[in-house]
Design a protein around this ligand. Structure first.
Ligand SMILES: [Zn+2]
Ligand SMILES: [Zn+2]
Length: 338
């Protein structure tokens, strides 16, 4: 006979934890097997919401026979040759001017390279579907968003206003990642890297993108209406958001007061201190307005990065490195309530 018992409690961070205990008994004989399944309802909820958004995208695109075309166009934007060349150039710069000197094939680099491969093969198409699905969901349920009030604006001003507003939405999503327990469980993987490099940009759980895409779709619908942004601008935005993980000391000089630089973003990844500072993706202005900006001091020593207490399994822990197996464990970890 199989019996299930479900119990809920709060963990020390106030997150709800549901424990399901399955007991198997056979004919009254003392043969009882106990299996403890502890799942995070928050992560399951985010996964379910993500699944619904993806389903909307697939249904919409399949109906118009545009699924393959849209995925190919999205892939060309998110894995553009110029973008890949920029990542490779950043890797070269890390070899010449490293903030922290380490071997090219250090455990952290190899692990993040696995995430880069995952991004190219699966996450870029996933992001394309999230983008389409978010537009379908919000466009269908909040038609009032698509106001025609920018119809008379010059084209360039619509583009600039949309990119700036998208950056604000990404800041809000990042703020939520750090403030809301269920979102932090997913975001923590990105912060677990102890050997920061440009490839750390890709060390992210797929579910980390859902709230950002949903939020960033709001200004796209509200400002651009039916006029799509030029793909090259999306690629430029992705480039600017990727470079700050580069393992160099660059602070971009006076431009670094406005644009997020590697030195600025490294402070967000510091193992010690306030990780809720420097949440900006491309612009620093949102951190300045929220009182969360910490600008790097000239000549300061780069801080160690990672998570205190290693709450996410990391490649720097003892044992033989197995990147693929660890990647699977890291992606599964937010679902476990333990
Ligand atoms: Zn963060
Ligand atoms: Zn980061």
């Amino acid at each position: 006979m199989l019996c299930h018992q479900s119990r809920s409690r709060s963990d020390p961070d106030g997150r709800r934890v549901t424990t399901i205990t399955a007991e198997v008994t056979s004919g009254g004989v003392a043969a009882t097997t106990r299996r403890r399944l502890a799942v995070s309802p928050g992560t399951l909820g985010i996964a379910a919401a993500t699944g619904l958004v993806l389903l909307q995208a697939v249904e919409t695109l399949a109906g118009r026979h545009g699924l393959g075309t849209t995925l190919a166009a999205g892939w060309a934007q998110l894995v553009a040759p110029g973008f890949v060349a920029l990542v490779l150039a950043a890797v070269m710069c890390e070899r010449v001017w490293p903030a922290e000197r380490r071997p090219l094939l250090s455990r952290g680099h190899v692990q993040d390279a696995s995430y880069f491969l995952l991004y190219v093969l699966a996450i870029a198409p996933f992001m394309t579907l999230l983008s389409v699905g978010s537009a379908v969901v919000l466009g269908g349920h909040a038609r009032w968003l698509a106001a025609p009030w920018t119809a008379g604006w010059p084209r360039w001003s619509v583009v600039v206003a949309t990119l700036v507003a998208m950056d604000l939405c990404n800041w809000l999503a990042h703020w939520g990642d750090h403030r809301i327990g269920a979102l932090w469980r997913i975001h923590a993987l990105h912060h677990s890297q102890e050997e920061l490099s440009v490839l750390t940009s890709f060390r992210a759980h797929p579910l980390m993108h859902t709230n950002g895409f949903l939020l960033a779709t709001v200004p796209v619908l509200a400002l651009t209406g039916a006029r799509p942004l030029a793909p090259v601008l999306i690629t430029v935005y992705v480039c600017l958001g990727t470079l700050p993980h580069t393992n160099v000391r660059w602070s971009y000089g006076p431009l670094g007061r406005v644009l997020v630089s590697p030195a600025y973003h490294r402070l967000h990844h510091c193992v010690e201190g306030r990780q809720e500072a420097n949440l900006g993706v491309v612009l620093t202005v949102w951190d300045v307005l929220a009182g969360r900006a910490r600008f790097p001091l000239r000549g300061s020593v780069p801080c160690p990065t990672g998570l205190a207490g290693r709450t996410v399994p990391v490649e720097q822990a003892d044992g033989r490195p197995r990147p693929v197996r660890l990647l699977a464990r890291q992606l599964a970890q937010p679902f476990s309530a333990g």
